[in-house]
Design a binder for this molecule. Structure first.
Ligand code: SAM
Length: 260
């Protein structure tokens, strides 16, 4: 929900009078970030047509779809990377799938995996409504099983399925991502709990610990260059290196120095 300037100031004032110095600082940071988010959401172009329909449906029926600022990011990344073959894990109602299809344009292909039957039905309907059913292959079932036999050479992989299983999913998909391709992982800051910005709820501890482990894993992965962007619920962008890039500049410099 949007906050007016007055509400924001009141919240800051109340916070200051009621909490210790440390809490004051934390709460101010959260509020300032919410304010920045409101500003961004005001300025970004709004969804139209089928995308608006799907966003409204998602909000009304509590289906978690990518946040608006993340949708804008993946659209730009898909277009600039020139991706034409996308693999998505976690279709839901097909909102992000439609973003990929729109950004790839004619000739773009989406393979998307979903295990929930109702979501599968809705996504099928929505891709038809968008007139792109022939550009989509929906794979029904658990991604952790399907990925074992999936073949392909994808330009872009979008991880947006079970949050506690990203690491296993990455291990199963990395060979499907082309060198030079892009891996986008959504929800990696998991409601501010991963960075400690918000307290970790007891029942979310496992997911949060696994997500921290996943972030470290993709940051240290020899095949990936990773950047973490704190918009929406947190997005990680990982570039899949080719063989030359894997060797790394530092290694090449070391070799050159040895030979001199
Ligand atoms: N990408 C969608 C969008 O932004 O429009 C939202 C996806 S929603 C956050 C996550 C979806 O992943 C849910 O519909 C859930 O049923 C599905 N999911 C979770 N774990 C899965 C798994 N292991 N295999 C397949 N689908 C899974």
């Amino acid at each position: 929900m949007k906050k007016s300037k007055e509400t924001i100031n009141n919240t800051i004032n109340n916070t200051i009078s009621n909490t210790s110095n440390e809490c004051e600082k934390e709460n101010r940071e959260i509020i300032v970030r919410d304010h920045a988010k409101d500003f961004l959401l005001d300025i970004l172009p709004k969804d139209r047509g089928i995308l608006k329909e799907l966003r409204d449906y998602g909000e009304e029926h509590h289906v978690p779809i990518v946040e608006e600022e993340v949708a804008a990011l993946i659209k730009v990344l898909t277009r600039t990377s020139g991706a034409k073959n996308v693999l998505e894990i976690g279709t839901a109602i097909g909102y992000s799938g439609c973003i990929f299809l729109e950004a790839m344009g004619e000739g773009g292909k989406l393979t998307t995996i979903e295990r929930n039957e109702e979501m599968l039905r809705l996504a099928g309907e929505n891709f038809r409504k968008a007139g792109r059913e022939n550009s989509v292959r929906i794979l029904p079932g658990d991604a952790l099983e399907i990925l074992h036999y999936l073949k392909g050479d994808y330009d872009l992989i979008f991880l947006d399925g079970a949050k506690g299983h990203y690491r296993e999913m990455l291990d199963l998909t990395i060979s499907l991502l082309k060198p030079g391709g892009l891996l986008i992982s959504d929800n990696i800051l998991f409601k501010g709990m991963v960075t400690g910005e918000h307290p970790v709820k007891r029942r979310k501890r496992t997911i949060v610990n696994r997500m921290r482990d996943y972030l470290k894993y993709i940051c240290d992965h020899p095949l990936l260059d990773t950047s973490i962007i704190p918009i929406g619920d947190g997005v990680a962008l990982s570039y899949r290196k080719n063989e030359v890039e894997q060797k790394g500049l530092s290694e090449r410099i070391e070799k050159k120095e040895d030979s001199e």
